[in-house]
Design a binder for this molecule. Structure first.
Ligand code: A3P
Length: 315
């Protein structure tokens, strides 16, 4: 196996505790990364060369990655969308820094095509644009970025982290999660810089980068699925466009996807360190209200205003 990590010295990177006494994040290029992913991140930055036909789904964790994986897969592989009934979306679309360049998977250096009948690859990443600018700007690959409002993203992250094996010994307290989120000290953080990086890319290169939010997709999935299909070069055609779009929207809805046996599984599939059911929790907008005091809401809203509003981006 080619080792993409050889030239990275972990001990040379800044690190900070984000949880408990011994859980650290490592800083590379101004962003924080989990130790188990840092070599993969480094490998992608230094070695990944997208094909012009590649579709890259980029996202901050917990903002709708699983949903978008299902939608992109269904749009591109219309004839084999039934695979979503038997495979978790994460098994169909690899995460570059984990499945492909991560050092934990000895046989995973080859990037699989998104479908055996199809030549276009769909790949995903949580790596910020700021670290991939050289890679993406020199390519004609298509980037789809999904984001989500910061308060729901934080609540979803908090639930997700507390499902990890480590949390059985010690939970990640909510007030710690809020404090770390606001400081940017969570995996792939700072959230705000992550979002603005891809937001600016989509404004600079709209032909190559498409930016959408979890909330607008929830509010009007049909319109956004049609837009995605057009952007990727797979427009819906024929007399039954409405029915085609509706079938994809329904097949990828939280209710349908989360009820497939494969997505209810609590086990740990090969090549993925997390159970399939951990990617489906509630799937709604505004769930933060059940967890945040007015004081926490004010704190995050003030930060959001400072970080986003001066760039004309509203949340
Ligand atoms: P909640 O924890 O708020 O329920 P990611 O896929 O980036 O890890 O994000 C996970 C979040 O998306 C979770 O949010 C999860 O429930 C939600 N989600 C997963 N599949 C979804 C779908 N098909 N539609 C809407 N939300 C979905």
């Amino acid at each position: 196996m080619e080792d993409f990590s050889l030239d990275l010295e972990l001990s040379s990177l800044p690190k900070e505790k984000w949880w408990g006494d011994d859980e650290y994040l490592f800083q590379l290029g101004g962003f924080w990364h989990l130790p188990q992913l840092i070599h993969g991140v480094h490998g992608v930055i230094n070695h990944f060369q997208p094909l012009p036909s590649d579709i890259i789904l980029a996202s901050f964790p917990k903002t709708g990655t699983t949903w978008l994986k299902a939608l992109l897969y269904s749009i591109v592989n219309r004839s084999s969308k039934h695979r979503l009934t038997v495979e978790n979306p994460h098994s169909l679309i690899p995460i570059l820094e984990y499945n492909t360049y991560g050092t934990t998977h000895a046989s995973a250096t080859a990037i699989p095509p998104s479908d055996t009948n199809h030549s276009r690859r769909i790949l995903s990443t949580h790596i910020p644009y700021q670290l991939l600018a050289k890679t993406l700007d020199s390519s004609e690959c298509r980037v789809v970025y999904v984001t989500r409002n910061p308060k729901d993203t934080l609540v979803s992250t908090w639930h997700f982290v507390n499902k990890w094996a480590r949390a059985k010994e010690e939970r990640w307290p909510f007030q710690v999660a809020v404090e770390k989120f606001c400081r940017g000290l969570i995996p792939s953080g700072p959230y705000y810089d992550h979002v603005m990086g891809y937001r600016n890319l989509s404004l600079d290169r709209p032909k190559y980068a498409h930016f959408l939010t979890y909330e607008e997709l929830k509010n009007d999935p049909k319109t956004h699925v049609e837009k995605l299909a057009e952007f990727l070069g797979y427009p819906f055609e024929g007399e039954d466009v409405d029915a085609q779009v509706e079938e994809i929207v329904n097949g990828c809805s939280f209710e349908v996807l989360s009820n497939h046996e494969v997505n209810k599984a609590e086990g740990f599939p090969a090549r993925r360190g997390l159970p399939s059911n951990s990617f489906f929790r509630k799937g709604v907008v505004g769930d933060y209200e059940a967890y945040m005091s007015a004081e926490v809401v004010d704190k995050i809203d003030a930060l959001t205003k400072e970080k986003f509003h001066s760039f004309g981006f509203i949340y």
